[in-house]
Write a protein that binds this ligand. Structure first.
Ligand SMILES: [Zn+2]
Length: 143
């Protein structure tokens, strides 16, 4: 699996977080958020388009956090260390970390997913609040 081999992201729950992130994009699609964001992205500069992409991705991370919380509350399915595993995964797939690990200089205007710290923070926000209203990455000045 690419996650483990290339990114050094190990563990079942790390994989679950990545799947939950993809499901979150489906939720964004159902809510009309994805369509609206992509329409705007086609009309703005590449830099602005990337910035919108970051907000979409961080929202998906937040929704993944909500999923993790419910997986625990309703099914008691988390094991010790699972949240730390997801946080590690979020850190490994932050744009700044990926660029640094690829030997490139870190260029924030090219980010499409957000920094490691941002990805961790939004996952944690979802996990701690368990409310979709707190995952509004589009109306905050503090990503
Ligand atoms: Zn994504």
């Amino acid at each position: 699996m690419t996650l483990e081999r290339q990114l050094g992201v190990g563990g079942e729950f790390a994989a679950a977080y990545v799947v939950a992130h993809e499901v979150a994009h489906h939720v964004q699609n159902e809510l009309g958020i994805l369509g609206q964001a992509n329409r705007i992205r086609q009309q703005v500069s590449e830099r602005e388009s990337n910035a919108i992409s970051v907000r979409l991705e961080l929202q998906a991370d937040c929704l993944s956090g909500i999923w993790a919380r419910y997986a625990q509350e309703r099914f008691n399915s988390l094991e010790r260390g699972d949240i730390a595993e997801a946080m590690n995964a979020a850190a490994q797939i932050g744009d700044d970390t990926l660029q640094r690990n690829a030997g490139r200089s870190v260029q924030p205007h090219t980010f499409q997913h957000g920094t490691s710290a941002q990805r961790q923070r939004w996952f944690q926000t979802g996990y701690e609040t368990a409310q979709i209203a707190f995952c509004d990455t589009f109306s905050t000045d503090n990503l």
